[in-house]
Design a binder for this molecule. Structure first.
Ligand SMILES: *Cc1c(COP(=O)(O)O)cnc(C)c1O
Length: 368
């Protein structure tokens, strides 16, 4: 009845709604630090834009070309407006790419661990996913990724900075590497977290688009713009590929509210700068903490940190944190947890809990 490729797959299990989980655990407070959302919320300009939106337009279909948002994004990134393809979240653009370019038997190369949607959508299309483990430092093994190329390779996913390791590859390194990739293999650079990096915008591959005709840069409004609920992401594609994607894309995939809020969010670069600054401070505090406690971790350039739990006890630590009102992410690599940065107070609280947990496991009174 269904496509054979679906047979082995499982639906994404979203976390329980925060309110439900809080109720179940009887917690007075529960902070989600598991989904890489913006701890500082959303620009107030977005609220104004949504409130001012003309409700009588509810019965009209939205602008299927997202014209105003398109013009604003193109100007902001200094790319051509017709290079942009918008999605209902970047997730939808990822699905769209798989649906447009992959046939059964094709091969897709990705690092491991990385964002899980690349694999899922490749598998739905019947493609084979080649996982190339990241190095000890959490960075991509670029030469191994190039060596994994075969005549069947269609796509290479490069999440930069990578989720969940948080590590960033330099533009110089990427440029060198891109030279080795055949021009008929599409390289997808997922820059969901790029605005959090210290040297942004110099860290972005947008500047490489004119040099490499097989390069695509992907962005989202869900992370630094704090707009995850409204579902807006986009890709900057080589012009000659845009029509294929636009053919496959659903005609009205972005509601007007989504378009209006993304445009308002983009216009408020002060909010973005404030978020970046506070995230950088959080990053410093987490780096110091993990160095002091000696817990293995990767070098983050994002709004989250990936680290090894004391004695690899990731699920026990996750449980402890949950009991004390903090939800973090496990299941990405055995023994490791990913924590999204919170406010200063939240970060300190989580760090204290980890310290206590570590002391119980390894201190002089540790149970043998
Ligand atoms: C969050 C995330 C996305 C998806 O973002 P949405 O726009 O909310 O769908 C894509 N890629 C990576 C690496 C992410 O972490």
């Amino acid at each position: 009845m269904f496509k054979p490729t679906i047979h082995q797959l499982h639906p994404y299990t979203p976390e329980k709604p925060l309110a439900v989980l809080k109720e179940e655990l009887g917690l007075p407070q529960l902070v989600r630090m598991s989904a890489n959302e913006n701890p500082f919320g959303t620009s107030v300009k977005v609220q104004q834009a949504v409130t001012n939106w003309n409700f009588t337009q509810s019965r009209d279909y939205p602008d299927g070309y997202a014209s105003q948002l398109r013009t604003a994004v193109a100007k902001h990134l200094d790319v051509a407006a017709e290079q942009l393809v918008f999605g209902n979240g970047l997730d939808e653009v990822i699905a769209l790419i798989a649906r447009t370019f992959l046939s059964p038997g094709d091969e897709v190369i990705e690092p491991w661990p990385t964002f899980s949607e690349y694999r899922l959508h490749a598998q739905i299309e019947g493609a084979t996913v080649i996982d190339v483990p990241v190095t000890e430092t959490g960075n991509f093994d670029l030469s191994a990724m190039a060596q994994a190329l075969t005549a069947k390779t269609k796509l290479i996913w490069v999440c930069n900075p990578n989720n969940p390791t948080g590590t960033l590859l330099s533009i110089a390194t990427l440029t060198e590497w891109l030279r080795q990739i055949p021009k008929d293999v599409l390289v997808l650079m997922d820059e969901a977290y790029i605005e959090f990096t210290d040297d942004y915008p110099a860290t972005s591959a947008i500047s490489l688009l004119s040099k490499f005709p097989n390069l695509v840069v992907l962005r989202t409004f869900s992370k630094i713009y704090g707009l995850a609920n409204f579902r807006v992401g986009f890709g900057v594609f080589p012009k000659q590929l845009v029509n294929y994607l636009q053919t496959v894309r659903l005609p009205y995939n972005l509601s007007s509210i989504a378009q209006v809020s993304a445009q308002a969010a983009l216009a408020d670069q002060d909010f973005v700068a404030m978020t970046r600054k506070r995230v950088q401070q959080a990053r410093d505090s987490w780096e110091r903490f993990l160095t002091q406690t000696g817990l293995p971790h990767t070098r983050s350039q994002t709004n989250f940190q990936f680290f090894q739990a004391p004695k690899m006890q990731a699920s026990a630590l996750k449980k402890r944190l949950l009991q004390q009102g903090f939800l973090v992410r496990d299941g990405l690599k055995p023994g490791w947890l990913r924590v999204t940065f919170g406010t200063e107070v939240q970060n300190t609280a989580v760090q204290r809990i980890i310290e206590t947990f570590q002391a119980e496991l390894t201190g002089p009174n540790a149970l043998k």
